[in-house]
Design a protein around this ligand. Structure first.
Ligand code: MSP
Length: 506
C-alpha cells in the first residue's frame, strides 16, 4: 500500500525555529514507521515562497523576494537532514514546475465554472496573508492570530473562488468522514466554521507581483494560499524526473498542520480539490503550538518577532537530533499546546534518554558480556515480560495510523520503565553469584536483550541514529516492524556498547 504524508510548507520570511522543526519531525516519524511496515511512502516538505509576508520581509531587508527566498529556503533545506528527516522531496513554490502546474490546475477550476471577477472590500492581515471574516477580527481591527497587529482595509479587484458552492459538499464530507480532521476538537472547529456559512474567497491579488501569474489575466497573481496548498498535489507530478507519482500517492494520507492554518486546509483545500474534480486527502491532523515565555513571562507561541524562539540548530549541535526529536513529542502531546524550554529538554535527556533507555541498553549489554562472554543465551524470554509486551506492536501501529505520535511513544516507554524495573527485581548480579540460579540468569539476560531489541525496533522512527547504533551492536539490523516481537534465540554474539546518550558538558 502507499502512504503519503506532508508538512506545511514554511514561509521563507524568517529563519527556521523549533515550531517548524516540530511538524517536520512528526511527519518523519510517521514516514519511517510506515516504511518499517513495508508501505510505499512519500514524504513531502518544502518552502512557501510567494505572497505578501515574503514580499514585505524582502522589502524590509532591502533585497528582492527571490533573493530572500533563495537565502532562507537554503536554511529550511539544511534543517531537514540535520533533523534526520527522510523526506522524499523538498518543494519550493518558486520551482517553475510548480508554477506551471498551479496555473494548469486553477485554469481547470475556472473552466469548471468556479471562478468569477469581483471586488474585495474588507479586512486583510498581511502577516497571515488572510482575508478576515468578522469573527476573525480582534479589538481595533487587529489580527487575532498576530495579536495586536493592525489589519488593512482592502479594496481591490480580484478573481474569486466560489467557495460558497461547496458548503453542502463539505458538510457531506464531514458527515461521511468523522476522522477527516483530527483531533475531534479540530474537526468540530472546522465543521462549525463551515456551518457558519461560507463566503466566496479571493483567488487572485491585483496589487502584488510576487506570486504565480494568473494565466488568463497577467495583471494578477494567484492568492498565495491557493498556490501554497497546491504544493501537495503538484509535487507528485515532478518530484521524480520522468515519472508522475500522482496516481500512486494521491490523495494524501495525512497533512500535518498547525492549528493556525486550519481553515485553509480543512475548508479551502478540500473545496478547491472538489472544484477541480480531484479526490480530497484522507486526513488532516492539526497539532498545537510549542509555547515559550515572552518578555512578560507569559507562555505564547514562539515567533521571531517576540524573540522567544528556541533554535533547533543549537539543540542538535549540543545533544544530537535524536534527543530533539524525542523531546518534541514527549513533553507536549501531539495535538495539544504545551510549554517547551531548554531546561526541560536537558532534563528529559538526562532522566529518560540517558538514565532510562540509554542505561537499560548499557547495562543489558554489559551484563551479557560480564556473565555470558558477550553471547545472549538462546532461551525463551520470561513469560511475565512476554505478557507485558503482548500486543505492543499492534497498539503502536494503531496509534500511528491515527498520527498519535505521543501516545505511541508512551506505549513503548512504559516498556522501557518495565524492563528497568525487571532488572531491579531480578538483580542479575545476585543471580550470578549462585550457580543454582544459572538458568534463571540465562532467562533474565535473554529477556532483557530481546526486550531492548524490540523496544529499539519500535523506536526507530523516533530515534533513527541511536537505534541504528544499538541494533548494529546487537547484530540485529532488521528494522521491519514484524521483528518487534520477543523471541528465543534471535540474538547471539553482541558487541560492547558506548553510552548512547553521553553526559553533556555545559
Ligand atoms: N506557509 C504557510 C503554510 C502553507 S501550507 C500549504 C505557513 N507557514 S509558517 O512558516 O508560518 O508556519 C508553518 C507551520 O509551522 C504551521 O503549521 C505553523 O502552525 C507551524 N508553527 C509555527 N510556529 C509554531 C509553534 N511555535 N509551535 C508549533 N508549530 C508552529 O503557515
Amino acid at each position: 500500500m502507499s502512504y503519503y504524508v506532508t508538512t506545511p510548507i514554511y514561509y521563507v520570511n524568517a529563519a527556521p525555529h523549533l515550531g517548524h522543526a516540530y511538524t517536520t519531525i512528526g511527519a518523519d516519524i510517521l514516514a519511517r514507521h510506515m516504511r518499517q511496515r513495508g508501505e510505499e511512502v512519500f514524504f513531502l516538505t518544502g518552502t512557501d515562497e510567494h505572497g505578501e509576508p515574503v514580499a514585505l520581509a524582502a522589502e524590509r531587508e532591502g533585497v528582492t523576494p527571490q533573493e530572500l527566498a533563495d537565502r532562507n529556503a537554503e536554511r529550511f533545506k539544511a534543517l531537514a537532514p540535520l533533523l534526520h528527516a527522510s523526506n522524499d522531496f523538498f518543494i519550493r513554490t518558486s520551482d517553475p514546475e510548480h508554477v506551471r502546474r498551479v496555473q494548469e490546475f486553477l485554469t481547470r477550476v475556472k473552466d469548471n465554472g468556479y471562478v468569477y471577477e469581483g471586488t474585495y472590500d474588507g479586512w486583510y492581515c498581511p502577516r497571515c496573508a488572510d482575508f478576515k471574516n468578522e469573527n476573525e477580527i480582534g479589538p481595533d481591527n487587529t489580527c487575532l492570530i498576530h495579536e495586536g497587529f493592525p489589519l488593512i482595509l482592502e479594496h481591490e479587484d480580484n478573481y474569486f473562488f466560489k467557495l460558497s458552492e461547496f458548503q453542502e459538499p463539505l458538510e457531506r464530507l464531514y458527515a461521511e468522514r468523522p476522522d477527516f480532521v483530527q483531533p475531534a476538537t479540530r474537526y468540530n472547529e472546522a465543521l462549525s466554521f463551515i456551518k457558519s456559512g461560507l463566503r466566496d474567497v479571493s483567488l487572485s491579488r491585483a496589487n502584488l507581483s510576487w506570486g504565480v501569474t494568473v494565466p488568463w489575466d497577467e495583471s494578477h497573481v494567484f492568492y498565495v494560499w491557493f498556490d501554497a496548498l497546491l504544493n501537495y498535489y503538484t509535487a507528485l507530478g515532478y518530484a521524480k524526473p520522468g515519472e508522475d507519482l500522482t496516481s500512486t500517492f494521491w490523495p494524501a494520507n495525512y497533512h500535518l498542520i498547525g492549528k493556525d492554518i486550519l481553515k485553509f486546509h480543512t475548508v479551502f483545500w478540500p473545496a478547491m480539490l472538489m472544484a477541480a474534480g480531484e479526490e480530497v486527502p484522507h486526513h488532516v491532523f492539526v497539532h498545537g503550538f510549542l509555547l515559550t515565555p515572552d518578555a512578560s513571562g507569559k507562555d505564547v507561541k514562539q515567533s521571531k518577532s517576540l524573540g522567544n524562539v528556541i533554535d533547533p540548530f543549537a539543540l542538535i549541535e549540543s545533544h544530537g537530533a535524536d534527543a530533539l526529536r524525542f523531546y518534541c513529542f514527549r513533553d507536549v502531546a501531539f495535538g495539544q499546546d504545551g510549554s517547551v524550554s531548554t531546561t526541560a529538554f536537558e532534563q528529559r535527556y538526562e532522566t529518560e534518554l540517558a538514565n532510562g533507555y540509554g542505561n537499560l541498553a548499557s547495562r543489558t549489554v554489559a551484563m551479557v558480556h560480564r556473565y555470558r562472554d558477550g553471547v545472549v543465551p538462546a532461551v525463551a524470554p520470561d513469560p511475565a515480560i512476554v505478557a507485558d509486551f503482548e500486543g505492543l506492536r499492534e497498539r503502536v501501529e494503531e496509534l500511528l495510523d491515527r498520527a498519535e505520535i505521543t501516545g505511541a511513544l508512551e506505549e513503548v516507554w512504559q516498556r522501557v520503565r518495565r524492563l528497568n524495573q525487571y532488572v531491579e527485581e531480578q538483580a542479575p548480579w545476585k543471580l550470578a553469584k549462585d550457580e543454582a540460579q544459572s538458568a534463571q540468569l540465562d532467562t533474565v539476560l535473554a529477556t532483557l536483550a530481546e526486550g531492548v531489541r524490540v523496544i529499539t525496533v519500535l523506536l526507530v522512527p523516533y530515534l533513527p541514529t541511536t537505534t541504528e547504533k544499538l541494533l548494529a551492536t546487537l547484530h540485529a539490523p532488521d528494522i521491519a516492524l514484524e521483528c518487534a516481537r520477543l523471541g528465543a534465540g534471535t540474538l547471539g554474539a553482541i558487541d560492547p556498547l558506548e553510552p548512547l546518550f553521553p553526559r553533556i558538558q555545559s
